[in-house]
Design a protein. Structure first.
Length: 97
């Protein structure tokens, strides 16, 4: 694996990537997409193996991982933001909060 790559894009339609190491605020997140290296800057600390938005996700929109929906955003999520239970409603939950 390229030592500069520190995140994985599971499917080209995903709007999140998974980090392969703990990421600090301001650190560059690098992942491969369509054969090219892409970068986003972390806006906060991201725990290892957690999701990060790779592009803007408007409030109440579907969050995709593995090419399918894993839930809906509870609020606007900016690129480089940690995507987790504080801003993501799982498909198992009531997302009408």
């Amino acid at each position: 694996m390229n030592p500069e790559i520190n995140a994985l894009l599971m499917h080209e339609e995903d709007n999140v990537v998974v980090v392969l190491e703990e990421i600090n605020e301001g650190q560059v997140i690098r992942y491969a997409s369509a054969g090219a290296s892409k970068e986003i800057k972390a806006v906060e600390r991201i725990p290892i193996y957690h999701k990060v938005a790779r592009n803007p996700i408007p409030a109440r929109k579907i969050v995709c991982k593995y090419g399918g929906s894993i839930g809906a955003s509870l609020r606007d999520i900016e690129p480089g933001e940690h995507v987790h239970e504080h801003n993501l409603c799982s498909l198992r939950d009531d997302c009408r909060k």
